[in-house]
Each structure stands twice: as structure tokens, then as C-alpha cells.
Design a binder for this molecule. Structure first.
Ligand SMILES: Cc1cc2nc3c(=O)[nH]c(=O)nc-3n(C[C@H](O)[C@H](O)[C@H](O)COP(=O)(O)OP(=O)(O)OC[C@H]3O[C@@H](n4cnc5c(N)ncnc54)[C@H](O)[C@@H]3O)c2cc1C
Length: 477
């Protein structure tokens, strides 16, 4: 017997608190069918890799406190997560040691089990778990792992949507565009956007029973695990402390420019938090509340929160509700039709994937964007749409363009393999969440077009290329 249920944000007194949902987790555990002879609560940490402001961890601790059991946080590392490589694992492992420390400070055990010992079910049997709490991720693979776990577990399994502010389950259908989801999100923000409580586990582990994990030695793990090594690590620190430092720096020095300066070539108008949000090193509540409560002008705050909440959660909705989120098939019929009508238009250039990957096109701006992504794990936000649209213009079909953009984005971006990436590529190539544009253009049809000349009017191309050259020569990181 198992249960697989999803709810979110469990603060005492909150309208959706565990308290109010079940009155008493002990009753819930019994009602949900567990024998309730378990000896601990397990939090299966996957996406929300942090020890603070983590609604899934909070839920596990609150449940453990209510049924007087200790909490074990289980982190199983699989070396072949789809489209991941050495670059991503190095960033992930850089953050996880700190996460362990923060979790242990909250009186929980942190158990790290890399492949081939990463099996959750075996761990739950070993520690006699009474209840498992997981965090949610709309992507295909983690969602299938959760379904499979829910079928195998014989104890209650709750999942918490810990990396969005408004839980994705609030939007059961695929949203058409930002204008359809925005009013719904704004209506629900007063319910969900609150500081999180970060409780401590009341019952700790005695040394005799504390579950053992493996040593967490990032360098050794990176050497030993059978990881794809085609993209090398970059000089960017992972972890919650670094994410909080960047958030603080952004609010003090750059938030004020956010609504007007996103096209500045030195990234003066952006937070650079996407990789930390992707790996769960920082949660959206922390970021949104810090920005909301800052002294910046309201227009700058609103512009930032629109991206962090509305656009980001629209992307989550797209991936959660559209099974074709990573191919052109996930885009609107009108967009596929207009692309199909222009499929045989002559292309100004036709590049192979390896020419694109090695930044060997005729377009210096595009090459610089591609080089920046390969070197630093991050492409300037202003250029991402231009980058993807040019791949459409230079590939033999829109389907192929979509696939190439996904492969390169996922491989080199630290924040790749994320709902935002699939939504961003679908937006650029297949007009997802966008509308038809006139006049019709060769190759693009009614899809919004972007030219190098148009980019140059709004963006200091020369200075940007100079920065990427300097980065390549090791003069600037
Ligand atoms: C072709 C293309 C590919 C993209 N690939 C990715 C990707 O792989 N991973 C990724 O996280 N984002 C991706 N984006 C969205 C966006 O460009 C990045 O989130 C942003 O540039 C990250 O930089 P930042 O953290 O400084 O963002 P900021 O401008 O400081 O914004 C703060 C946060 O808001 C969210 N956000 C910002 N812009 C968007 C957006 N357009 N859609 C959804 N959420 C947004 C991000 O989580 C971001 O960290 C892509 C966009 C396009 C057009």
C-alpha cells in the first residue's frame, strides 16, 4: 500500500500547513496506511539541494517532530542524469558539502550515497522509515523516479513543491502565455509568499543508530564516477553561501538597474542566480522576499519579480503539463504550421552542429555568445534569444534547430536542463508563450524575428565581444 500526494509549504498556522491538513502527522501516517513502526522520517532530497528555506526539508522536520522521530536526509547521486556532465557535477558537489553542514546544524542526519548505492527504497528499508518526504521537479526523469518510488514504497510518500513559490499543482492545465498565468499567480502570492520557518529537529540521532553515508570528497568523486566529461568545470563556486552573497551583491549594486539595464554587456542588470536556483542552492522564496523587502524602486523590483516568479513558474507549468517540452512538437499548431510553410526557404547560411558548437559562424556576436557559454557556463541573458533564433535561421529544419539548441544549452549552461531552458528555446524557435508577428519573414514565417542590426541598436556588441575575448585570454572571469 502506498500514497503519493503532493502539497506545499507547510508552516504552522499557514492555510496549507501540515497541522491543518492532517491535524496530527501521526494520524496521517496511520490513515495513509503505514504500520507506523518506523524509526525515522526520510527526506529524499533531489532538486532542493539546500539546508535553509527548503519547504520539503521543513515538512520532513515538522512531521518528525510531530511523531517524535529523527530525520534523515538522503541524497543519492546518479552519475548519468540525462544531459549532465562534469561541469554540472562539479558545481553540484561544490554546493552539497555546505548543504550537509546546514542540515546537520538542524539536528538531522545527512546521508550521501553515490551510485551504485543510491537506491532510496533500499535505504528506507535499512533505516525503517515511517514516512518519506520528497521534493518535486516537473522534468520527465525525476518525475518518473518519483512515480516508481511511489509504487515501491510501502509507507506514506509526500512530495512538496519546494522550488517554486506557487505550487505547480495550482495550475492543472498548460497555460497559454504569461498573461494567462500572471493574474492567477498574483492572486495566490499572498497565500504562498511568506518567510519560511526553518525548524530544528527535536529528536536527534544517537551515534549507534545514525545512518552512515559515504565520504563526500568532491575531487575523488569527480575522478571516479562514470560521468560524461565533454564539458569541463568552470570557475564558478556553487553552494548556498555563494548564492546568498550574490543575492546580497545584486540587491545592493544592480537591482536598481534591473528594469532598464538588462542589455548592458557586463551583466550589470542581472542577478546571475539561475544556476543556484536550478540546483536548489537557493530557493525562490529567499530571493523574492529579499527583493520585495529591499529599498530599490518599485519598477525595478516588479520587473525582477516578473522574471523570477511569473516567467519562471510559467516555464515550470510548460514542462509539467506538456510532455513534448523539449521538442518542436511542444509548440503551438500555428507556429509549427508557419515554420513548415517556410521549411524550404533558402537559408542565409547552413551550419552543422559541430560548426555551431565550435563557434565557427560568420556572425561575430553569435560566436561570442557561444564562446561565453562554453567558457563560463553562462550566456548573457540578453543574447540567449538571439542565439537560439540564429540556430533556427542556419539549420536545415526547425526540428533540427530545436534539438541542436537544446543539446548545446543543456551541455554548456550551468543552469541548463531546466524548465527555463526548454521554455526559452520553445519561445525563441517555436513562439511558445509568444504571438504571431508581421511581416512574415523567410525561414521564420510569423515567428518573431531578431536581426544582428536590431541587436546592435540596443546592445553594445563591440564591448561585449571584447569582454568575451578577454575572458578567453584569461584576463576576465
Ligand atoms: C534560448 C533561451 C535559453 C534559456 N536557457 C535557460 C536555461 O537553460 N536555464 C535558465 O535558468 N534560464 C534560461 N533562460 C531564461 C533566462 O535567459 C535566464 O534565466 C537568465 O538569463 C538567467 O540569468 P540571471 O539569473 O542573471 O537572470 P535574472 O534576469 O537576474 O532573473 C532572475 C531569475 O528569474 C528567472 N528568469 C529570468 N528570465 C527568465 C525567463 N526568460 N524565463 C524564465 N525564467 C526567467 C531565472 O530563474 C533567473 O535566475 C533561457 C532563455 C532563452 C531565450
Amino acid at each position: 500500500m502506498f500514497r503519493y500526494l503532493s502539497f506545499c509549504l507547510v508552516n504552522p498556522g499557514h492555510p496549507m500547513s501540515l497541522e491543518r491538513l492532517t491535524q496530527d502527522p501521526r494520524v496521517a501516517v496511520r490513515r495513509l496506511g503505514a504500520a507506523n513502526e518506523g524509526r525515522c522520517v526520510v527526506y529524499w532530497m533531489q532538486r532542493a539541494q539546500r539546508g535553509v528555506d527548503n519547504p520539503a526539508l521543513n515538512t520532513a522536520i515538522e512531521a518528525g517532530n510531530a511523531i517524535d522521530l529523527p530525520v534523515a536526509v538522503f541524497f543519492g547521486l546518479h552519475p548519468r542524469y540525462p544531459n549532465s556532465n562534469l561541469r554540472h557535477y562539479a558545481f553540484l558537489l561544490d554546493g552539497i558539502n555546505e548543504t550537509r553542514r546546514r542540515i546537520e546544524e538542524r539536528n538531522c542526519a545527512f546521508v550521501f550515497r553515490p551510485w551504485p548505492e543510491h537506491d532510496l527504497i533500499a535505504f528506507c528499508e535499512e533505516v525503517h522509515a515511517a514516512l518519506v518526504v520528497g521534493d518535486e521537479n516537473p522534468m520527465r526523469e525525476p518525475e518518473s523516479w518519483r512515480r516508481s518510488a511511489s509504487e515501491k514504497l510501502r509507507i506514506p510518500f509526500w512530495t512538496v513543491d519546494a522550488d517554486v513559490i506557487v505550487p505547480a499543482s495550482s495550475f492543472p492545465d498548460e497555460e497559454y502565455a504569461a498573461y494567462t498565468i500572471r493574474p492567477k499567480i498574483h492572486r495566490l502570492l499572498p497565500v504562498f509568499l511568506h518567510p519560511l520557518s526553518n525548524p530544528e529537529a527535536r529528536r536527534g540521532w544517537d551515534e549507534k543508530n545514525r545512518p552512515a553515508g559515504r565520504e563526500l570528497d568532491p575531487e575523488r568523486l569527480l575522478d571516479e564516477l562514470p560521468i560524461d566529461r565533454t564539458a569541463s568545470p568552470v570557475a564558478v563556486r556553487g553552494g548556498t553561501t555563494e548564492a546568498l552573497r550574490r543575492l546580497d551583491d545584486f540587491i545592493k549594486n544592480r537591482l536598481a538597474n534591473y528594469d532598464t539595464g538588462r542589455n548592458l554587456p557586463d551583466r550589470q542588470g542581472s542577478s546571475e542566480l539561475s544556476a543556484y536556483l536550478h540546483f536548489g542552492h537557493i530557493g525562490p522564496h529567499t530571493v523574492a522576499l529579499a527583493v520585495r523587502d529591499s529599498h530599490a524602486a518599485q519598477a525595478a523590483k516588479d520587473a525582477f519579480l516578473e522574471q523570477l516568479i511569473v516567467r519562471r513558474e510559467l516555464a515550470v507549468n510548460f514542462v509539467a503539463r506538456n510532455p513534448d517540452y523539449d521538442t518542436l512538437a511542444g509548440c503551438h499548431a500555428w507556429a509549427r504550421k508557419t515554420l513548415e510553410e517556410h521549411a524550404s526557404d533558402p537559408r542565409p547560411h547552413l551550419y552543422t552542429e559541430s560548426q555551431l558548437e565550435s563557434a565557427s559562424t560568420e556572425d561575430r556576436l553569435w560566436n561570442a555568445a557561444q564562446r561565453e557559454m562554453m567558457l563560463s557556463g553562462r550566456m548573457h541573458g540578453y543574447l540567449r534569444m538571439y542565439w537560439a533564433k540564429k540556430i533556427l535561421e542556419w539549420s536545415e529544419s526547425p526540428e533540427a534547430a530545436f534539438e541542436i539548441a537544446v543539446r548545446l544549452n543543456d551541455k554548456y549552461e550551468l543552469d541548463g536542463r531546466d524548465p527555463n531552458g526548454y521554455a526559452g528555446i520553445a519561445w525563441s524557435i517555436g513562439a511558445k508563450h509568444d504571438r504571431p508577428w508581421a511581416p512574415r519573414r523567410p525561414v521564420f514565417g510569423s515567428i518573431r524575428y531578431m536581426s544582428a542590426a536590431g541587436c546592435a541598436r540596443k546592445f553594445d556588441v563591440k564591448s561585449y565581444i571584447g569582454r568575451v575575448d578577454a575572458m578567453e585570454q584569461g584576463r576576465l572571469w
